[in-house]
Write a protein that binds this ligand. Structure first.
Ligand code: ZN
Length: 256
């Protein structure tokens, strides 16, 4: 619910920071013009400072948690990569982009994501001309948060690839069906169960048959979303070649 605006300007000046976040998340685009955007990682007076930006990269391999690997029985999971551990500046940037209405941040995070993809393509890990499929989010949650940040991230990554002379498509063909509760607060096995069978596939938005499919996401922690998305895409003849996330739980990151 949008908090009622205070009646007197004096009270407005003392509005708690959470109001600002709530208003931004509920479509207060105009607010972005008047409120300073500080770096979510360190508070510097830039939207996403260079010192925090360098915490994203290089691309590192991720080992999914045992609960996800166990639940994958029969499904050949693709290699999973991330740009950083989910703490500090990367965590702050993801959270501010997803929950606190900083709509500029997903596109900013998409740049290193695209650079990471370019590295994987040039290293021969990925074939050229991939199609990026944003990991599914709960539709209602995405709406309430003012758009789907992961799709914005994927589009920015595709533009970054294009600037490097590498083509990439974006295919937002996955969403989470009603019945899946938001995963915040759930344990790893509960998350896998929560999502199993609830990821919806929209054929019209899907990558073409035979495409090199890359699943992109902001964070991998339990692996439940990765697992559910890979399963649905494989079931529809779109096996995933690789997964690239902005950040992963630090314990999942392999040594560079
Ligand atoms: Zn910073």
């Amino acid at each position: 619910m949008i908090p009622a605006p205070p009646s007197r300007p004096a009270r407005w000046a003392s509005a708690p920071a959470r109001w600002v976040g709530a208003l931004r998340a509920h479509g207060g685009a105009g607010l972005d013009l008047v409120l300073p955007r500080t770096c979510p990682g360190c508070g510097a007076p830039e939207p996403w400072c260079a010192r925090c930006a360098v915490t994203l990269g290089p691309v590192r391999a991720v080992r999914l948690p045992d609960a996800a690997l166990d639940a994958a029985a029969g499904l050949a999971l693709p290699p999973v990569y991330a740009l950083a551990g989910y703490h500090g500046a990367p965590r702050a940037a993801v959270l501010h982009g997803k929950e606190r209405g900083r709509r500029d941040l997903p596109a900013r995070l998409g740049v290193p994501l695209g650079e990471g993809l370019a590295v994987l393509v040039r290293a021969g890990v990925l074939l050229r001309d991939p199609w990026l499929v944003p990991a599914p989010s709960r539709r209602s949650a995405a709406r309430a948060r003012g758009g789907d940040p992961v799709t914005a991230m994927a589009r920015s990554a595709a533009r970054t690839l294009a600037r490097q002379g590498l083509a990439a498509g974006v295919a937002p063909c996955l969403s989470t069906a009603a019945g899946a509760v938001d995963s915040v607060g759930l344990g790893a096995r509960e998350r896998v169960r929560n999502l199993a069978g609830r990821v919806r596939y929209a054929p019209r938005a899907a990558p073409p048959a035979g495409a090199v499919v890359v699943l992109v996401d902001d964070v991998v922690t339990s692996g439940a979303t990765v697992l559910a998305a890979c399963r649905v895409l494989a079931d529809h003849g779109r096996p995933v070649s690789a997964v690239l996330c902005v950040a992963a739980a630090p314990s999942l990151l392999r040594r560079p």
